[in-house]
Design a protein around this ligand. Structure first.
Ligand SMILES: [Zn+2]
Length: 157
């Protein structure tokens, strides 16, 4: 069994819709969307999703029919988080992750942190539920805990 799984239609659809509506300037980039089946924690926080630029090696190894030169970026989404998220939270999550991707003057890609001006837009867009990230992270964490318990019970029973 692999740790990662390919994106399904739902993830791809939400991703493409968010891209079209909010980030048309990024549409020329090739994103590889995958699910992570394992919980990730960074700085004490559960990671719902992350985006990273593909190294030359990954780019080469990821060549396929859709991206004949390989993918530019990887979007890695916690599968449990996606399962339990509402459509609204899914949109917020994709929008947040894509906000990290910026183009420089030469059209090159760079990733930026949360401190930049652009993330103020997110705060505004998320006014309807400013605590969405925390709520989804808590729910996702509970799912992992439940899974752990079930695995234990199966072993004992
Ligand atoms: Zn972020």
């Amino acid at each position: 069994m692999h740790r990662y799984e390919d994106s399904d239609d739902n993830l791809t659809e939400v991703f493409l819709n968010v891209m079209e509506e909010h980030f048309p300037q990024l549409q020329f980039l090739k994103f590889k969307l995958i699910y992570d089946l394992k919980m990730r924690v960074s700085k004490g926080r559960l990671v719902l999703a992350s985006v990273e630029t593909a190294s030359p090696k990954i780019k080469y190894l990821s060549k396929d029919k859709i991206a004949i030169d390989g993918y530019d970026l990887l979007m890695i989404v916690d599968q449990k988080a996606w399962e339990v998220a509402s459509l609204d939270q899914r949109v917020k999550l994709m929008r947040h992750e894509l906000r990290h991707v910026q183009l420089d003057e030469t059209g090159g890609v760079r990733l930026v942190g949360h401190e930049i001006e652009d993330f103020h837009i997110e705060v505004k867009l998320n006014q309807d539920s400013p605590e969405w990230r925390m709520a989804l992270a808590t729910l996702t964490h509970d799912m992992y805990e439940q899974e752990k318990l079930m695995l234990k019970e199966n072993k004992n029973g």
